[in-house]
Design a protein around this ligand. Structure first.
Ligand code: SAM
Ligand code: SF4
Length: 357
């Protein structure tokens, strides 16, 4: 897939003007008519794992003073909810290693109670879930995405470098006991977990989990690992699955990059997130906030907006709301992820742990 991003044309400029003049509290709609209803928040860039496709082993993390406080994260998330965001996902880095993170979930729970927010959720590596699952449920979380690329403990250690497989299994059990619906996120890695896809589908069926396969995305320097070697197109994963399972196309849509099928034999859903082989941008309803208060309007583009400065400069929220509205006028039509030998594999310099995937 080659560059699909386009600069804003004349009609986009008109839409941008209309957006800037929109009344306060009008829902945020971008120049391409997409309503922004979903915010993903990277609450920390730190992590207790060092997954080979995500980080190098000697990652340098941000100095703590650059990171938004939990109070500031609450303030900026609440601004988005005021402007029409209905779904918030906490991610990272590993969201559950941030100190006092439960405070943020508790605070944001008020927007669920008021009905302004429809869903509060998180993506986690599962290492701390045994400790937090009950409390997360109490705060209003009902679903959680847990990243797990293999059911083999040795491979798990090789992929995550620092992860403890048993802790993740305990975490998954705790999530189930707490009543949280679980979706497993699995990055498809050629030569690593390509022999396990059938077992993963079977296991998710047994456990009552949905499953999403993700293509490796070209983000950030990851040291010696070679993305061209890791890349395994999901068209091939799907082809492999179809040899053993009856996959029924599903009309389940989330406004996100996944396309879903239902596995007839297990009754569970499988999603395929294919940024490299499928253009999902036309229905994109989301933006991403980093833990330093930078808003990325597209996972695959570098343009961003600073929300920390207007937030810290003013006690009232109007300048923050204006900065969010202005940023949305710059949401691009699409991304330009490319993995090919001609252009190399890194098309976005920041790591996934910065924007949280
Ligand atoms: N630490 C949490 C976790 O692992 O679930 C949340 C943050 S992690 C960055 C979010 C998701 O991004 C995970 O499912 C992870 O597998 C995925 N991810 C990280 N780097 C990736 C890459 N280069 N390509 C595709 N997916 C990636
Ligand atoms: Fe940590 Fe998640 Fe990245 Fe793995 S994918 S290193 S768990 S942030």
């Amino acid at each position: 897939m080659d560059g699909i991003s386009e600069t804003n044309g004349p009609s986009a400029d008109n839409a941008a003007d209309a957006l800037k003049n929109a009344p306060q509290n009008a829902p945020i709609i971008d120049p391409f008519g997409r309503s922004i209803s979903y915010l993903r928040v990277s609450v920390t860039d730190r992590c207790d794992f060092r997954c080979v496709y995500c980080m190098s082993e000697d990652m340098t993390f941000l100095p703590k003073q650059e990171v938004l406080t939990l109070e500031e994260l609450d303030r900026v998330c609440s601004a988005f909810v005021r402007l029409g965001v209905q779904k918030l996902r906490m991610t990272g880095g590993e969201p559950l290693v941030r100190r006092n993170i439960l405070w943020l979930f508790e605070r944001l729970g008020r927007h669920l109670e008021s009905g302004a927010l429809k869903e509060l959720t998180l993506t986690t590596n599962g290492s701390q879930l045994a400790r937090y699952a009950d409390d997360l449920y109490r705060c209003g979380v009902r679903r959680v995405n847990v990243s797990l690329d293999t059911l083999n403990p040795d491979k798990f250690l090789a992929i995550t470098r620092w992860g403890k497989f048993d802790k993740v299994m305990e975490g998954l059990e705790a999530a189930k006991q707490a009543g949280l619906a679980v979706k497993i996120n699995c990055v498809a890695l050629k030569g690593v977990n390509d022999d396990e896809v059938h077992r993963l589908v079977e296991w998710c069926g047994e456990e009552g989990f949905d499953l999403t396969f993700i293509e490796v995305m070209p983000m950030g320097d990851i040291g010696n690992e070679e993305r061209l070697d890791q890349y395994w197109p999901l068209t091939m994963v799907r082809g492999e699955l179809a040899k053993r399972w009856t996959l029924e196309d599903s009309d389940y849509v989330t406004g996100g990059p996944a396309r879903y099928v239902t596995v007839q034999e297990t009754g569970r859903k499988i999603g395929f997130i294919t940024p490299l082989t499928h253009n999902f941008c036309e229905s994109c309803n989301r933006v991403r906030l980093t833990c330093t208060g930078t808003l990325y309007m597209c996972l695959g583009q570098d343009d961003a907006a600073d929300l920390k400065t207007p937030m810290r400069a003013h006690a009232d929220d109007a300048p923050l709301d204006d900065a969010i509205r202005e940023a949305i006028t710059r949401k691009p039509k699409g991304h330009d992820f490319v993995i090919d030998r001609r252009r190399g594999a890194k098309s976005v310099a920041r790591h996934m742990s910065v924007t949280g995937g």
